[in-house]
Design a protein. Structure first.
Ligand SMILES: Cc1cc2nc3c(=O)[nH]c(=O)nc-3n(C[C@H](O)[C@H](O)[C@H](O)COP(=O)(O)OP(=O)(O)OC[C@H]3O[C@@H](n4cnc5c(N)ncnc54)[C@H](O)[C@@H]3O)c2cc1C
Length: 531
């Protein structure tokens, strides 16, 4: 039987977008409940293997039509499985106009306006600068190749305790050493220290108007079986004065779509304008002899490189093509990145026809795996992703452990394709110079484009027709219903998005506290950076 409870603030999702408001509201005096779909695991639970039942408990591969997205499914959200590259978005991003031809970010939001909020997040996580000695071998190799091609390259700032990091390269599985500064180590424990309650394995299904006077929303959820997330084991509802929706850019719009008949007046921009952050991954198959002869590198006696799996996943990055003076859709960054062996299947045999996924050439390519270098381009895409009608429950249809089918469809426009072509050309110019490597994009004929950075599916902006949220992150026409996750970010960012998601969530907190206080809750904004 279903029960109804009440709380001041109900937070849906516990990643960056959920954990940060949960902390500020709880520390400010509000009663906070966090409903999280995934399990609550901590460092001892995080394994170093790719067996089903390990990392698959906390990572979802969400397949749409034309795009596959990777996302976290646990307390702490994607911050638990992410690679911790922590970058501020370049200033020109905030002025982007896209193919709609008008400013897509709220006019109040510039890089300068967001900088104080970035400062807070960098302090809270905290973010560390890697020295070249701390950058892993692939990052060093990429930097050497950039240098030889006349490009610049820098170490990437990371939310990692570098003294604790063992360079095990298992970040996707969650950090066994508590070196990666996920939400499990800062905002969430600070929120629970102030009384916030986290309920794992609680999947929200709908948001409706409350029935109790003095409460604004009624949130209904299903409790999920810990061994098979497809099985419901209970249900309930909680009424709240304020709701913070932070289920991630793949789930937030779907929850609102399902809730639309109950809430009424849900903006038409919900579930449209999805961006995969312009993500584009390429594999470089590196010639060890050229590493020695052209770059003069030697990782170990007689071994020039063979270092793909060693280190942290993200080490170095080139910002050369982030020139604000160049045209929109031609700007991008190139980042050295590592994905575990499970994703090998996405790599093409580099000298085979595009359809050659298996067979001898593929095996040969796999045999050279230690000599790969993968590169992530983050480009300016065109917000072309659209969600279809919601599935009966959840945000996608779970067909197996870790594998979900989404209603999201993504058909890259000519603008997006132009950006990817420019990024591909730059990767080749750097890495194929004098035969150092052969570069090919991860195949698109099996999985579509691949993104780990879902954004913009319920975005903020000034134009009500093309943005679902106002500049405070409140859903238009629905006072007290705020969205603070990646779906609120209006456009792709040309860098990894977590720091921007977190800074926007920090920025939204004074308004959320104020809105909650207006409903008679004795809540005040002003908690310090969590320690
Ligand atoms: C493998 C990987 C590597 C990455 N590396 C980087 C990186 O190096 N740097 C970077 O900046 N970014 C990186 N990212 C992206 C970054 O992690 C995300 O952009 C960011 O964490 C998203 O935060 P969020 O709050 O929007 O959503 P999430 O962190 O995804 O949080 C959403 C939460 O809501 C929960 N949820 C969903 N539906 C429901 C529901 N119905 N009810 C209750 N709970 C629900 C989910 O389980 C999840 O915990 C990476 C992502 C992945 C997957």
């Amino acid at each position: 039987m279903s029960v109804t409870e009440r709380t001041d603030v109900l937070v849906i999702g516990s990643g960056f977008g959920g954990a940060i408001p949960a902390y500020h509201l709880a520390a400010g005096g509000a009663e906070v409940v966090i409903l999280e779909r995934g399990p609550h695991l901590t460092a001892p639970d995080f394994t170093h293997d790719l067996r089903l039942g390990g990392y698959t408990r906390i990572v979802d591969l969400v397949q749409g039509d034309g795009i596959t997205v990777v996302a976290g499914n646990c307390v702490g959200g994607s911050s638990v499985v992410y690679f911790a590259a922590s970058l501020r978005a370049p200033g020109f991003v905030f002025d982007r106009r896209g193919s709609l031809g008008h400013r897509l970010w709220p006019s109040t939001l510039t890089r300068a306006a967001l900088d104080p909020w970035y400062d807070r997040v960098e302090e809270a996580l905290p973010v560390a600068e890697q020295s070249w000695d701390q950058v892993p071998y692939p990052g060093g190799l990429f930097a050497a190749a950039c240098d030889r091609a006349g490009r610049t390259c820098n170490p990437v700032p990371v939310a990692v305790d570098l003294a604790r990091c063992t360079n095990c390269n298992w970040m996707l599985n969650g950090c066994h050493f508590d070196a990666k500064r996920s939400m499990l180590l800062n905002y969430l424990p600070a929120a629970t220290a102030h009384g916030a309650e986290i309920r794992p394995l609680h999947e929200v299904q709908t948001i409706a108007p409350a029935t109790t006077p003095g409460y604004r929303y009624r949130v209904s959820y299903t409790r999920l079986d810990a061994g098979d997330y497809r099985l419901p084991v209970g249900a309930g509802a909680i009424e709240a004065k304020t709701v913070v929706l932070a289920a991630g850019a793949l789930a937030t719009p779907v929850l609102l779509q399902r809730s639309a008949p109950l809430l009424g007046g849900v903006p038409q921009a919900v579930g449209r304008y999805f961006s995969g952050n312009g993500d584009r991954v390429s594999i470089a198959d590196v010639d060890e002899g050229k590493v020695r002869d052209l770059l003069g590198l030697e990782r170990a006696p007689g071994i020039p490189y063979q270092g793909f799996p060693i280190g942290k996943p993200i080490g170095s990055m080139s910002y050369d093509r982030l020139d604000p003076a160049t045209a929109e859709f031609t700007r991008f960054s190139l980042q050295q990145i590592y994905f575990p062996g499970i994703t090998d299947l996405l790599a093409q045999a580099t000298d085979a026809p595009a359809t050659s996924w298996f067979g001898v050439r593929k095996k040969e390519l796999r045999a050279r795996w230690p000599s790969w270098l993968s590169v992530l381009a983050m480009t300016e895409d065109d917000n072309e992703g659209v969600f279809g009608p919601p599935p009966p429950t959840g945000s996608s249809t779970r067909v197996a452990t870790s594998l979900c089918l989404s209603t999201l469809s993504y058909r890259p426009t000519a603008n997006t394709l132009r950006g990817w072509a420019a990024a591909d050309a730059e990767a080749r110019a750097v890495l194929e110079r004098d035969g150092l490597a052969r570069v090919r994009p991860w195949s698109e004929n099996a999985a579509g484009s691949v993104s780990a950075h879902p954004l913009a599916s319920c975005r903020m902006g000034d134009d009500p027709a093309t943005s679902a949220l106002d500049e405070r992150g409140e859903l238009r026409g629905h006072p007290g219903l705020f969205v603070t996750d990646g779906s609120a970010v209006p456009t792709s960012l040309c860098v990894n998005p977590s720091l921007t998601i977190a800074a926007l969530a920090e920025r939204a907190c004074p308004g959320i506290v104020e809105s909650t206080a207006e409903e008679g809750v004795r809540a005040r904004y002003g908690a310090p950076v969590p320690r």
